[in-house]
Design a protein around this ligand. Sequence first.
Ligand SMILES: [Mn+2]
Length: 297
Amino acid sequence: MTLEGTHGLWGDLHVPNATPDQTDFTVIGIPFDGLASARKGAALAPERIRFWSRHVTPFSEDRTRLADLTICDAGDIPITHPARDFERVAHYVANLPAGIPILLGGDHSVTIPIFQGQRQRFANQRLGLLWVDAHPDLCDDFDGSRLSHACVLRRGLEFGIDQQDVCLVGLRSWEEQEIDLIENGHMHVYTARDVSELGMKSVAADVRRIFSRCDAVHVSLDIDCLDPSVAPGTGIPEFGGLTSRDVLTLIQALQGLPLVGLDVVEVAPPLDPSEATVFAALKIIMEFIAVVARSKK
Ligand SMILES: [Mn+2]
């Protein structure tokens, strides 16, 4: 193993000098953690995930060959002034061509403009949202900010994502201002304890059924959905989380659905010297790519 990597960028899937209209996926890093409420570090995730992407193989765990698919790694969109620069992210996402964006946070606030962009990109279509997270991020305002990483899904609903087309999986932590929407709203909620008691196969089958009526499905995955014993490198680790197998089962169950995007957020490399959290994110991304590869066959 050399320091440069055993493979090229993204396990050899990256095509140098390609543009997003020429590839199956577009990778975009958003290295920003200015709206994380507790521990920071997620701004360093895109660089570390890309670095280790040279050490993953172009196969999924079930030996799906990924080499037929292509990635354009479009680099990073820097955020210095969120109110202004989030507009750039939303505009970029809204105007992407047909391929599937894979967005690397950053704290979860970067998903606010991603939702905005996806809502515009699939205007007049039924856009489903799979939210995999320890937290629902449904606060209207947090620490004086409406762009906080605790307000992400609330903003997404305001952009016009229908509550009935939202599935939340892995939840286990709540703020007072979120309780009413969780208990009296119309979203589909599967807590981490539900997953433990029902089994992820059963939960994933529900999720598939709910999204089967959607025209497009975006996946937003906060790495803190995982139990901190397997992914400690995140701002707010929450005890009692999903297993790594749970998350893979959920991702793999998405096969055949009209997937239109993935964001992976809240990976904070400085908080996990083992970098297992970075590798968890990479595995999730590569298995997501494999789902698309199998759907194309
Ligand atoms: Mn979270």
